[in-house]
Ligand binder design. Structure first.
Ligand code: ADP
Length: 399
């Protein structure tokens, strides 16, 4: 058995999971948060045991990686670091170059760096994580797993924007889509709910970031995020689709720069912007149930946007054999799921089973629709890390 680490490095965080492969057994998971701060938090949880948490200064990602590797030895999770045979890294933007995961070479590292203008917050953070692991484990090979790769099968009419053509030719302005690793996982897990000959799935990855994907025969045909993760459905703090004129209009009205407004569309909008209460749907759900009008509107707006995409993808796929809910809201909020399905039930004949909807939360998988629902609806907890570990093994030929 070989041990493989799946890594998701953000600008100030580093999430990891250690797997025994090919058994796909999680050995431990953990997280370094607030990297760069004096009161950073490092936590590690060996499978089946309690979480160990330390609050201390973590100067940078390299320090976080050293802490992780030391903790693996300290908690007797591995006897020697030589047991680690591969590290898989989430890389958010793979541009048009990558339709699959790839081993990270010096050349690939440069390509990921060159793609930074398309993902200024994410790709540099992903690279920082990679470099820290490479330094700490110089003999181990690394794999990049791109968030965009699963969407590489979209046709031009699904990925092009109707802007001057040279925007695309010179600057690669187009829809890329994100959360691809999650949508891929959901479509693979979703197969068990399909009957013979069925292959059309709509996956709803709705957490603080949210995107939908239309999948036919295991391949993505359309997805709701775009050049960046800003468009598509409404999210915790992002607008989703809006008229881009809002940027120039608001800039003229307020004297703020376009960059300032753009930041507000990313960080102060969505559920937070409408409710004025929180970006966390738990708070907004509570507010709505207590009669707060803006919380109610945030829920309705959120549900309407997701329902609109379900309708659009139903048409795009020529029908639908399965609807999948996943991520923070999709896996946990019976309330949001009902609000969404209520909006498509008349047109699509989808019916929720109240009991299963209320009980399929906190990591449970299964049907939430009734037997006579025209399209079955299921909840599948997503697992991007397992896809990263699988790809790392297959590319590095780890057995
Ligand atoms: P990320 O995009 O950061 O990976 P997640 O998929 O973990 O996000 O989703 C986190 C979000 O899920 C929270 O901000 C919250 O809005 C929502 N969420 C989590 N649990 C619940 C719940 N029980 N009810 C409603 N919403 C929830």
């Amino acid at each position: 058995m070989a041990k493989v680490i799946a890594v998701n490095a953000g600008s100030s965080s580093l999430k990891f999971k250690l797997f025994d492969m090919p058994a796909e057994k999680v050995i431990c998971s953990g997280l370094a948060e607030k990297i760069g701060h004096e009161d950073a938090i490092f936590s590690i949880k060996p499978a089946g045991k309690d979480k160990n948490e330390t609050i201390c200064a973590i100067k940078d990602h390299a320090v976080a990686v050293d802490m992780l590797l030391e903790a693996l030895i300290e908690y007797d999770i591995v006897k020697s670091l030589d047991e680690i045979k591969g590290v898989g890294h989430r890389v958010v933007q793979g541009g048009e170059e990558f339709s699959h995961s790839e081993e990270i070479t010096d050349k690939l590292e440069r390509v990921i760096e060159e793609l930074t203008p398309l993902a200024p917050l994410h790709n540099p953070a992903n690279l920082v994580g990679y470099r820290a692991f490479k330094k700490a484990l110089p003999k181990v090979k690394h794999v990049a797993v791109f968030d965009t790769a699963f969407h590489a099968t979209m046709e031009p009419q699904d990925f092009m924007y109707p802007v001057p053509y040279e925007y695309y030719e010179k600057y690669k302005v187009r829809r890329y889509g994100f959360h691809g690793t999650s949508h891929l996982y959901l479509s693979q897990q979703g197969k068990v709910y399909l009957k013979d000959g069925q292959s059309r799935i709509i996956t709803c990855h709705i957490g603080s970031g949210a995107s939908l994907c239309a999948i036919k025969n295991g391949k993505c045909v359309a997805t709701s995020m775009g050049l960046t993760p800003l468009p598509g459905v409404m999210m915790g703090t992002r607008t989703g689709d809006i008229d881009p004129s809002v940027i120039t209009y608001m800039s003229k009205q307020t004297g703020k720069t376009c960059e300032d407004i753009y930041n507000e569309l990313n960080k102060k909008s969505g559920v937070l912007g409408i409710s004025g209460v929180s970006n966390d749907t738990r708070d907004v759900e509570k507010g709505a149930l207590e009669g707060n009008e803006r919380c109610k509107l945030a829920v309705q707006l959120f549900a309407r946007r997701v329902a609109d995409y379900i309708g659009q993808y139903y048409v795009r796929l020529g029908g639908c054999d399965l609807i999948v809910f996943s991520a923070g809201i999709g896996e946990n909020s019976a309330y949001f799921r009902k609000e969404i399905i209520d909006q498509v039930s008349e047109a699509l004949g989808v019916k929720l089973d109240t009991n299963s909807n209320n009980n399929t939360i906190r990591g449970k998988e299964g049907y939430i629709s009734t037997f006579d629902s025209k399209i079955p609806v299921v909840v599948i907890p997503t697992d991007e890390e397992i896809v990263i570990a699988r790809d790392t093994c297959s590319i590095l030929k780890i057995k």
